[in-house]
Design a protein. Sequence first.
Length: 323
Amino acid sequence: MKEIKIGFIGSGGNANGHMNRLSEMEGANIVSICDIVAEKAQNAAEKHNADPYTEYREMLERDDLDAIYLSLPVFVHGQPELDVIERGLPFFVEKPVAINIDIAREVEAAVTKADLITCVGYQLRYLGSTRIAESILKDSTINMVIGKYWCGSGRGNPDGWLRQMNKSGGQLVEQATHTIDMMRNLAGEVDSVYAMQANRTLNEIDCPDSNSVSLQFSSGAIGSLTAAWAYAGGWENTNVLDILYDGELINWSPGRVSVQEDGNWVDKNEPGPTIDDVFVNAVRSGDKSEILSPYTDAVKSLEISLAANLSAEQNKPIDISSL
């Protein structure tokens, strides 16, 4: 099995999760880790027997890299991806792919020109529950999709970048993008959105703590998404979808699909590959076909989040094509 040598740009929480999975994979070798905080780079490098860096361009000068992981705050995306593309390396990048559409489209154009293998961290697409839902909905007429993402992430440090609108884009861009992406994946593309936002309890931050979005799908189906950032409960109300189709209903969440059989609700699930397995195998084989979340597709999910924010700001529906 060909060894794939991987470099990391960013070594935060999400990066650590990917590093741990990669370290358990046969034929995947983390050789370099970069972080602007030297101690974080050093600690991660020691754990994974890699070389530490604090300047990613220096790391990209290595001649033994086969692929790059970019795990960065959303407002940092753009130039690092362009530099990786110039180096000609396949890359995995966390969602969302950019803070604004101009940056995303510049990177998208460069990716397309270079014809690189890319993968964006929409890992929910690879779950067994997703494959079951796709099978159920195949050739069906979807009437309506209701999604929600309720959590307490907005209740943390008000000075953190996540809670600054100009750095994160708010909950619809940074977090509920997973739910939006799954709505696209299961129900198809979105033509327009109309959103309302409020800040009811988290007055110390400038991001809305409550979001309500109506969606018009290209198929004719309709949908809605609610996202709340001040919920004090757990994570059981994140990434949940109710999908009405052909007079039937399924309830999807990452851990299972609930369906009705003979009048009873039944939970179904099955194993699925990890997104890291899929990406590394694609790099090794050169075959992109198993990657369900390439960069060019992820830009479409970003468009919906940005259009929703714009709709709430302007108090009118926004056509996705107008962005």
